[in-house]
Design a protein around this ligand. Structure first.
Ligand SMILES: Nc1ncnc2c1ncn2[C@@H]1O[C@H](COP(=O)(O)OP(=O)(O)OP(=O)(O)O)[C@@H](O)[C@H]1O
Ligand SMILES: [Mg+2]
Ligand SMILES: [Mg+2]
Length: 617
């Protein structure tokens, strides 16, 4: 009976074109662009959709994670994995969809070597969820609501690789039968940028609920993009579908090329419609190319899968999943911003934190502890370490250290947040040491590197002392008691004194009023102190030492001019030397020529005795 049911394709043709007001785009004036995206997300379930074989993680040998059912042995039967269903329900709830209490599976027939069964089991006609919404935050524009047409469960295919040298195709069945969710949007997107924002937002939702890695580079998220164009006020054009895009960048480039191709076609063929095609994208030329036309489109001969009954869900199961649904990115963001208003200006870093929290390397079957947001909140809630009175930590400083330094250093160690060996209390203390001036920012980074490489439960202050990272500072600029003891002060003074005597030209230029060279002198001290010197204290000390003789020119202006000239500081603008002559020497790798005595004398005369040399420049 069921087998005889005839299925017809039905495209949801709600009047989407009048949902959004037309906005002219200067890149293609007079044209409206309509985009709808089909996303295939690998479900992060420990086992496959219809067999109890483990889902491959990507690093196993080919054909080692295959059950007889995945290899389509006759007589084997599918059995729905409830974990995949639960994760699809989580996704549906996060996308505010209507969950179907009864859904069913169809066979979509096509014959290809990566499809051992000869058909894919999917939910084309009675999907697990429909009528969802995904809201996109757009920079400098109102948020956009994208309707989700449906979410369907389906099987992944095997992987085929072609060896052109041997002219052979290899099939790896590991991926065959792994669980996928196809998330189909309504055609509510109007530009490549909106399409990019849609995929990124969807990724963050999938990661937040733990239903998929959403990783395009590794193939756990793949997109088919449908694009059509129409002239302002006209009905939507025919869509072309660009298959299998594996990065947001390529997807946006494919859309741009497709818009240009379709508008050009309509301009040069008045009255014609764009032929409906399935297209591919060439990652080298950034162009789309024809794969097949509507006429050659396969007839999938959909039919209900007779081996799988109706998938019936209970309200209690849905309610239970809803109660335990992890926080969604936008809820986390608004909670953090309302708690710590200064974070409002740190949108990018907040996004990084929230994305990490959702965990790129999320656990199987939705076991996602995430934890980055929790870690951050613990940092913020703990008062500054060691103070006599409890002082509140600055959330902006903590967020910067967490997203830039901690995550950056973990990434350079090829590790992720879940590998972080520092407790919130250790990391917080490290930031406190930098904030109170006990160690410099550079030393803080060094200390962090050391603590990541040598995990222990030791306190950062103890390690900093052991590694001799305590900042070199002066009494006047020091805020911390520990760092202002006489030994560190005299060490800084010694370093500054040595800089002053080792950099005579820079010192002379500084005396002449060229404040820019101060950075060079401070840099010298920094280097010699291995980043321990406090920059402000060093600046103050150097200036004091250099200016001890007074800021006015004490030496002969001619001599000063030569010093400035020889050091190359500002010689390009030195009226003593013609620029052509300087460049000529430069090309030969030689120092600039000395000015003639007469020119020099004129220049010095122009400067006037006692005037700072910088006045020339
Ligand atoms: N005029 C249009 N312009 C751009 N996109 C459109 C237009 N009409 C529909 N779409 C989009 O095309 C997509 C159609 O996807 P759907 O899965 O329903 O069908 P399909 O592409 O025919 O099937 P398959 O899953 O086999 O690829 C949807 O994302 C929809 O929003
Ligand atoms: Mg589809
Ligand atoms: Mg499609």
């Amino acid at each position: 009976m069921l087998l005889r049911r005839v299925y017809t394709r039905s495209l949801n043709s709600r009047a989407f074109h009048d949902l959004r007001t037309y906005q002219d785009d200067p890149r293609w004036p007079g044209w409206q662009v309509i985009i709808g995206i089909e996303t295939h997300a690998q479900i992060k379930s420990r086992r496959k959709l219809f067999s109890d074989t483990f889902t491959p993680e990507g690093d196993e040998l080919p054909n080692t994670k295959v059950s007889p059912f995945d290899a389509a042995f006759p007589g084997t039967l599918p059995k729905v994995n409830p974990k995949c269903v639960d994760l699809a329900i989580r996704t549906a709830l996060a996308l505010r969809s209507k969950i179907s209490m009864r859904s069913s599976f169809d066979r979509k027939h096509y014959f290809y070597s990566d499809q051992p069964l000869g058909y894919q089991i999917t939910q084309q006609y009675s999907p697990i969820a429909t009528h969802g919404v995904l809201e996109l935050e757009m920079p400098r524009a109102a948020p956009i609501k994208v309707r989700i047409k449906q979410i369907q469960l389906e099987q992944d295919t095997a992987k085929s690789t072609f060896n052109p040298r041997l002219q052979k195709s290899y099939i790896d069945l590991n991926r065959a039968g792994a669980g996928l969710m196809e998330i189909v949007s309504e055609p509510d997107l109007r530009s490549p940028e909106e399409a990019g924002a849609y995929v990124r937002t969807l990724q963050s939702v999938l990661r937040a609920v733990g239903s998929s890695d959403g990783n395009m580079e590794q193939g756990s998220l793949r997109c088919d993009v449908n694009v059509s164009v129409n002239r302002k006020g006209e009905v939507p054009g025919t869509r072309c579908e660009i298959k299998n895009l594996n990065s947001v960048k390529y997807m946006m480039a494919a859309i741009v090329h497709e818009i240009k191709r379709q508008t050009q076609f309509l301009d040069t063929n008045p009255g014609a419609t764009v032929p409906q095609e399935t297209r591919g994208f060439n990652e080298n030329t950034f162009e789309t190319y024809r794969l097949r036309s509507k006429e050659d489109a396969p007839d999938y001969r959909y039919m209900p899968d007779p081996n799988l009954g109706v998938l019936v869900l209970s309200q209690a199961r849905i309610d239970d999943i809803k109660t335990n649904l992890p926080s969604l990115p936008w809820d986390i963001r608004s909670r953090l911003v309302s708690k710590y208003p200064s974070l409002n200006a740190k949108e990018k870093s907040l996004n990084v934190l929230i994305n990490v929290n959702s965990g790129k390397e999320i656990g199987f079957d939705g076991e996602n502890s995430g934890g980055a947001v929790e870690y951050f909140e613990e940092l913020c809630q703990t008062p500054v370490t060691g103070g006599s009175r409890p002082t509140v930590r600055d959330p902006v400083v903590l967020l910067n250290w967490l997203t830039h330094e901690l995550l950056g250093q973990l990434a350079s160690r090829k590790e992720t947040f879940s590998d972080n060996p520092l407790s919130a209390s250790q990391f917080g203390e490290l930031v406190d040491l930098v904030q109170d001036g006990t160690i410099t920012g550079t030393s803080g980074k060094h200390l962090l590197r050391h603590m990541l490489a040598n995990p222990s439960s030791r306190r950062p202050r103890e390690i900093a002392t052991e590694l001799q990272l305590v900042a070199l500072t002066s009494t006047s600029s020091s805020q911390s008691t520990t760092s202002s003891d006489s030994s560190v002060i005299s060490e800084l003074e010694d370093l500054c004194r040595s800089a002053v005597s080792n950099l005579p030209c820079e010192v002379a230029a500084l005396r002449a009023g060229n404040k820019n060279v101060l950075n060079k002198i401070v840099g010298y001290v920094m280097k010699k102190s291995r980043g321990r010197a406090d920059a402000t204290a060093t600046r103050e000390l150097v200036e004091k030492m250099v200016m001890q003789d007074g800021c006015k020119l004490t030496c002969d202006p001619v001599q000063m001019c030569i010093i400035e000239y020889v050091t190359g500081l500002g010689h390009l603008r030195d009226p003593c030397v013609p620029i052509g002559a300087v460049n000529e020497q430069r090309k030969k790798g030689l120092p600039p020529p000395l000015p003639s005595q007469t020119r020099l004398a004129n220049t010095v005369m122009l400067a006037g005795a006692g005037t700072h040399i910088r006045n020339f420049h």
